[in-house]
Design a protein. Structure first.
Length: 336
């Protein structure tokens, strides 16, 4: 309570092997999910993760500078060893009984993503341990039951996109990204998960979601057919429109952060000559100002060369040479 400063414990039963409201190791380190609890849009309910590490293998990390100290101990899910057991619960901000969300945790032990925004439903993405199959589920917050929206499968590996799903504010539809057809694509799906239409083609070079403007009927994305560049595009989400507008053309890397009303954005660019700029722009094409950097200017910029190496296939590479490079000498090579 902000006014009185009084704290109230909502959950109970935690121990050295049982935690509430914290993302487990796999979610934090491998899935880019650091959150372990999520507020409902009306701020009356909290969804929280319960994690049990009971029976997991314990790893020891010693302090090399103080070998006399007791090493730290951490439960760690090595391949083939026991994993953390994860559940998702729903509890009122007044406390009381937890309603547990039901899904096939034997088949999908990983809770990869949780979304609960605006008027959209509580939505979770769960994966099998091999990360070759995942299911997007819609949660009934009154009962904890789940409804399947879609399933993704890949014989080798499924990459996670933590910007998805992106629900429309009125929960009428959502955006989804997939590599199902061999490269990343952005899709428009109905509220029940049915595919309405892909918004990007196979050869478009989709790299990431940037912003959704439902009233304007457009979505902004980053993409490029050239892996050495990233550009900004505006796509129509209407079935009758097919207009794709490229917003940036200068060679380099371009990204954007949009205002809440989707009318203004900060365009960040890093161009091939080493310049990095942040310009405030309106979506009607006007430049509104530039964010000035007061960072110290470096005394020199790296001596780089963009090239390709190898054949069948060839790979894009960047060579960074010493400023006093002598082609007659042989140099050690560091590869990233």
């Amino acid at each position: 309570d902000i006014a009185s400063g009084v704290e109230r414990c909502l959950t109970s039963g935690s121990s050295s092997t049982l935690s509430h409201g914290l993302a487990e190791f796999v979610a934090q380190e491998e899935m880019d999910r650091s959150e372990g609890y999520w507020w409902s849009p009306d701020n009356r309910t909290i969804a929280y993760q319960e994690t049990s590490t009971e029976g997991m293998e314990v790893m020891h990390i010693a302090d090399a500078t103080h070998p006399d100290k007791e090493p730290q101990t951490w439960p760690y899910p090595r391949p083939g060893q026991k994993n953390a057991e994860v559940r998702l619960g729903l509890i009122s901000i007044e406390g009381g009984e937890t309603r547990w969300v039901n899904w096939d945790r034997e088949r999908y032990p990983y809770l990869a993503t949780v979304r609960w925004k605006d008027r959209a439903p509580l939505t979770i993405l769960v994966q099998n341990r091999q990360q070759t199959e995942e299911a997007l589920l819609r949660v009934d917050v009154e009962t904890g039951s789940t409804t399947l929206l879609l399933v993704e499968k890949d014989e080798a590996w499924i990459n996670l996109d933590q910007s998805m799903p992106k629900w429309f504010p009125d929960a009428s539809a959502f955006l989804w990204t997939t590599e199902r057809n061999g490269s990343w694509q952005l899709e428009l799906r109905s509220a029940d998960g049915q595919l309405l239409r892909p918004l990007t083609g196979i050869g478009f070079g989709f790299k990431g979601f940037v912003d959704l403007d439902p009233e304007g009927g457009v979505v902004y994305v980053s993409a490029s057919g050239d892996p050495t560049q990233t550009h900004l595009y505006r796509l129509s989400i209407e079935a009758s429109a097919s207009a794709t507008v490229q917003l940036t053309t200068e060679p380099g890397l371009h990204s954007a952060t949009f205002s809440e009303n989707h009318r203004v954005y900060v365009h960040t660019s890093s161009t091939m000559d080493g310049r990095r700029r942040q310009v405030v722009r309106s979506t009607d094409g006007r430049d509104l100002g530039r964010l000035q950097s007061v960072a110290e200017q470096p005394p020199f910029v790296p001596n780089i060369e963009l090239t390709t190496v190898g054949t069948d296939p060839s790979f894009h590479a960047v060579l960074v040479r010493p400023r006093n490079f002598d082609s007659r000498r042989r140099y050690p090579v560091i590869v990233s």
